[in-house]
Design a protein around this ligand. Structure first.
Ligand SMILES: Cc1cc2nc3c(=O)[nH]c(=O)nc-3n(C[C@H](O)[C@H](O)[C@H](O)COP(=O)(O)OP(=O)(O)OC[C@H]3O[C@@H](n4cnc5c(N)ncnc54)[C@H](O)[C@@H]3O)c2cc1C
Length: 329
């Protein structure tokens, strides 16, 4: 029997959050040579137009899951809607993008379907006809290959890991669009309802335009130490301060300063990574830098593997000395 792979396209306000083609490419690598039936699900309000566009772009059948409460991300409600569809189409694999919402939906589904769940997949290989899913662990110091048990499995795939932006993929014919409505759910039976989506001020484009970026990570330890990076930047021409996602999550810098896969992609002449471990998600945003200097007290930090120069030192020791020398110079 031909296995079915279900791809859940994450949408906010009817717009896909990540390019759908990433998940399509992943499904095709999972079953090379069209050995599986792929179905896409898009959820939202009046989402048929977007579903039609996806079916035309990919040539894959799309199910449009309709409900006005799915305009904003609601993993719990979405998983309730997916549950019936999954029982109907009986997929072997259910694939989502590895975002916080995707992971939440995967957790709800895993529980409801009693299906296993493998998260954070970065690559895929086959051994003895069995797919092995690869993910990084311990800040990228190790990679782990994971084998499923062969039954229904939920997978979350790292955004951009199966990027196929350069491929011409115009399909011979468009896929079919089917519209389904969310089964009746009273608001009281839903755990939470998102109320509104407010966009953060993202007008700061200083990072994209800077020649030098001094970036801080979790290693700065506290908000006051970000001043060390600001001081270095203030002594250089056209320099800006950036941060890893964790440093932004800590509230040390605004999210408009986040660099990486889900932040800004930068290409400065010089990128200084201070107390940043070098996760794949961070590196995705800095790999086009002309030169990378890393300051980290852990000599085994992954950031050193892509840095042109590495300084193994506590940044609270190194940066004040650097600032002193720059001021004298
Ligand atoms: C879907 C998804 C998307 C993501 N998108 C992004 C993204 O866009 N950008 C991003 O950055 N992350 C992103 N992440 C998070 C990412 O996986 C890492 O968790 C994050 O990059 C780690 O940040 P960090 O290097 O600052 O912190 P850590 O990994 O905690 O590293 C801190 C480093 O500081 C060093 N250190 C500690 N103290 C000192 C000191 N005194 N002096 C010098 N060095 C010190 C440590 O040795 C360590 O290497 C994403 C994750 C997911 C799941």
């Amino acid at each position: 029997m031909t296995p079915t792979v279900l791809l859940i396209s994450e949408t906010i306000n009817n717009r896909p959050v990540q390019p759908l083609e990433d998940l399509v490419r992943f499904a095709e690598e999972l079953f090379p040579g069209s050995r599986a039936k792929i179905i896409i699900i898009m959820a939202g309000q009046d989402i048929q137009l977007q579903a039609k566009a996806a079916a035309e772009a990919t040539g894959i059948d799309v199910i449009a899951l309709e409900d006005h409460r799915l305009l904003l991300p609601n993993p719990e409600l979405l998983s309730k809607g997916l549950y019936n569809i999954i029982n109907e189409v009986d997929p072997l694999y259910i694939c989502l993008t590895h975002t916080p919402r995707g992971c939440q939906t995967a957790a709800f589904l895993s529980h409801a379907l009693q299906a296993s769940c493998i998260t954070n997949i970065e690559s895929l290989k086959y051994k003895n006809n069995t797919p092995l899913f690869r993910r990084s662990i311990f800040n990228g110091k190790f990679v782990m290959d994971i084998k499923g048990h062969g039954g229904r499995t939920i997978l979350t795939v790292v955004p951009g890991a199966f990027d196929n932006a350069n491929e011409d993929r115009t399909p011979l014919k468009p896929g079919k669009v089917t519209v389904k409505n969310l089964p009746y759910e009273s608001d009281e039976s839903i755990g939470f309802i998102p109320l509104q989506l407010t966009s953060m001020d993202d007008s700061d484009n200083s990072l994209e335009e800077a020649d030098v970026i001094v970036s801080v990570g979790m290693g700065v330890g506290k908000a006051e130490n970000v001043d060390l990076a600001r001081d270095v930047a203030s002594l250089l021409k056209n320099a800006a301060v950036g941060a890893s996602r964790i440093a932004c999550d800590m509230g040390w810098l605004s999210h408009s300063k986040q660099i990486g896969e889900t932040g800004k992609k930068v290409a400065p002449k010089l990128y200084m990574a201070c107390g940043i471990s070098g996760s794949a998600q961070h590196i995705a945003g800095i790999k086009n830098s002309q030169m990378i200097i890393a300051i980290n007290k852990d000599p085994r930090a992954v950031i050193f593997s892509i840095a042109d120069y590495g300084i193994v030192e506590d940044l609270t020791t190194f940066l004040p000395i650097l600032i002193d020398k720059m001021q004298i110079g």
